[in-house]
Write a protein that binds this ligand. Structure first.
Ligand SMILES: N=C(N)NCCCC(=O)O
Ligand SMILES: [Zn+2]
Ligand SMILES: [Zn+2]
Length: 318
């Protein structure tokens, strides 16, 4: 028996605890299959700040989620014990210190047996998450949904920023260079060499435009073919969505995915009649910056991304 969300027939969904989906806190359960942890940190951003307030906003925007996922046919909170682990305390004045605290916090939760879902926070945090999970699993395939490559080298000479986590991760040997992929890439680069560097660092690319030409089903097939066969880290930068579907973010780019395309893609990573789902061992959803959001559009998108991924984890389990 799991402890699920507060019952929406007993306590109105605008009331009750401020945890993700009104789930129990981690200290209220004996063990968790999935730990949702806030990573309120945005000292790595290159443009609009504010993702430090992302975790609280995603939680607030998750109150309306219901227990049963009809498209996947699972009740994620009944199949899995999901709990909210609160926020890590990440020093806003010490980037390397914050990254190490993030690594240690995620490692502790994962060592206790939980699949960790990090609520960002800016994208710098994917690096310490990969450091933590590499310690447990070895090199990870990275499936990275983003408008941006995030394999740039430095900004103003700084190596740890939200535009550089996957270059650092590749240099540190944390990723499987044969099985990693960006999805949703679009918009201006600094130069054509950015793409050459990116390929050398081990990433294949699905462009946002590929959704238009190939459709979701074929695009998902490309992901499954590249990512199958070992542990997968899934990183979702909410700016993979079009600014119409995610205005509340720091570096928006026109021409992005619809929320339907993103959610459909994520559900496509689960088990099919013939194949097991991808072996997802860690997740982040980053770059939600509520100051630029309207009517919780971005927060709701992020909450649904997490809900659909929980459904995939539940389907993998059963
Ligand atoms: N990871 C995100 N969201 N953005 C990276 C953009 C880096 C730049 O300003 O070039
Ligand atoms: Zn991005
Ligand atoms: Zn990013």
């Amino acid at each position: 028996m799991t402890i699920g969300p507060v019952d929406g027939q007993q306590v109105p969904r605008f009331a009750g605890p401020p945890t993700f989906a009104r789930l129990p806190r981690l200290d209220e359960v004996s063990r968790a299959d999935v730990a949702i942890v806030g990573l309120p940190f945005d000292a790595g951003v290159s443009y609009r700040p504010g993702a430090r307030f992302g975790p609280a906003h995603i939680r607030q925007s998750s109150r309306l989620l219901r227990p049963y996922h009809p498209a996947v046919g699972v009740s994620p909170f009944a199949s899995l014990q999901v709990a909210d682990a609160g926020d890590l305390a990440l020093n806003p004045f010490d980037i390397t210190g914050a990254l190490d605290a993030c690594r240690a916090g995620i490692l502790g939760l994962a060592q206790d047996g939980a699949t960790v879902v990090g609520l960002g926070g800016d994208h710098t945090l994917a690096l310490p998450a990969l450091r933590a999970l590499h310690a447990l699993h070895g090199p990870l395939a990275v499936l990275h949904f983003d408008a941006h490559l995030d394999t740039w080298d430095t900004y103003f000479g700084a190596p740890y920023t939200h535009g550089t986590p996957f270059r650092r991760a590749s240099e540190e040997g944390l990723i499987d260079q044969e099985r990693s992929m960006h999805v949703g890439i679009r918009g201006p680069l600094y130069s054509a060499a950015d793409l050459d560097d990116d390929a050398r660092l081990g990433f294949a690319v699905v462009r946002a435009d590929d959704y238009e030409t190939d459709g979701v089903a074929r695009t998902v097939e490309r992901m499954r073919r590249r990512l199958a066969g070992g542990p997968v880290y899934l990183s979702v930068d909410i700016d993979v969505l079009d600014p119409a579907a995610a205005p509340g973010t720091g570096t928006p780019e026109a021409g992005g995915l619809t929320s339907r395309e993103l959610l459909h893609s994520l559900r496509g990573l689960g088990p099919t009649g013939d194949e097991p789902g991808l072996d997802i061992v860690g997740i982040d959803v980053v770059e939600v910056a509520p100051a630029y959001d309207h009517a919780e559009i971005t927060g709701i998108a992020a909450a649904h991304v997490i809900y659909d991924l929980l459904a995939v984890l539940a389907a993998n389990r059963s």
